[in-house]
Design a protein. Sequence first.
Length: 103
Amino acid sequence: MSKDKVYDTDAVVDALISDPARRDRHHFIDTVDMDRVVTALLRLAMEISVLRDRIDTHESLAAKTGAYTRGDVDTYRPSPEEDAARAERRKQLVARLTRDLAQ
């Protein structure tokens, strides 16, 4: 990810909470159900684990082949199509997490 592209996670969460589709609900989560919280946390942990493994693979391959450097990764700018796919993937992850919490 480019250094100049920073995601404001607080703004993203605020946008999700204030989503007009959620207006029928009075609260983001009505009650705390620890089973749902644990499920969501486990989903996040699994996602992070997979991402770390994939990043490690890319860094190992880059070091072995010299195909690209960390600097190349830091300055990479995705195409509009790639950016849209990433946004959709993030949206789906958030949807799965909120589903886990709201069931």
